[in-house]
Design a protein. Structure first.
Length: 95
């Protein structure tokens, strides 16, 4: 399932850099998580890094986006993060 940042968020910026999928972004009042990009770090880590660094424990499972590990892995594969990064590096090296 995707994760959710509650309104207890203090905008400390700790979670932003931790997300390998770039799913966390600055919302109107607090940081938010894009449910289409959040894989709970499946494909990268064994645990959710944003939860690990949050000093006030305001990140929790999103009740409206329940997914299995297999579904999260499929979502991860669909993001093509490694292919996009490789292509960017190749383009940069060809300049």
């Amino acid at each position: 399932m995707a994760l959710l940042i509650t309104d207890q968020c203090i905008n400390c910026d700790m979670c932003l850099a931790e997300c390998p999928n770039d799913a966390i972004y600055e919302g109107e009042k607090i940081y938010e998580i894009d449910v289409q990009r959040c894989t709970e770090c499946v494909g990268f880590y064994q645990h959710q890094t944003c939860i690990d660094v949050c000093p006030i424990d305001c990140i929790e499972p999103h009740p409206e986006h329940i997914e299995t590990k297999a579904q999260l892995m499929e979502k991860f594969k669909g993001l093509n993060l490694f292919k996009k990064k490789k292509k960017m590096i190749e383009q940069h090296n060809n300049k």
